[in-house]
Design a protein around this ligand. Structure first.
Ligand SMILES: [Zn+2]
Length: 136
């Protein structure tokens, strides 16, 4: 399994806590815009392994490479989806990072947009519970 590397500059500025959608990852300190917060890591799967495994924690980084983020050490798996997220995903040489799109204040939940495919399969059937959808 790949372990997170030194790019995780704000790893100590976040903490897993209860959120509206179960558990979530929250800022404990101010995080500036464009900060690498945490890496989404896990076992690397081939397409065959991916298809056998299935589930919510699979992250495709290219056409034939998928990260299985289901292991508990992968704290980034607690980051919830939002339709108006404060973070986005950056994939650098096959590694997946959660990067802030704007300044995040202490207490704010870390979120990114999971993308259309995931949304349609896992979120839409029960309705989206992100902050911006609950407001409507
Ligand atoms: Zn939403």
């Amino acid at each position: 399994m790949q372990k997170p590397n030194s790019k995780e500059k704000f790893r100590d500025s976040v903490k897993v806590k209860k959120s509206k959608a179960g558990l979530g990852l929250f800022a404990t300190k101010k995080i500036p815009k464009n900060s690498f917060i945490i890496e989404y890591f896990g076992q690397i799967l081939s397409n065959k392994e991916r298809d056998e495994k299935g589930g919510r924690y699979l992250f495709e980084t290219s056409a034939n490479r998928t990260i299985d983020g289901s292991c508990r050490e992968n704290t980034a798996r607690y980051v919830n989806h939002s339709c108006k997220p404060n973070c986005e995903i950056e994939i650098i040489r096959g590694r997946v990072y959660i990067v802030s799109k704007r300044t995040i204040l202490p207490g704010e939940e870390i979120t990114y947009d999971y993308g259309e495919e995931y949304f349609d399969e896992f979120i839409k059937p029960n309705g989206c519970k992100c902050e911006s959808c609950l407001k409507d």
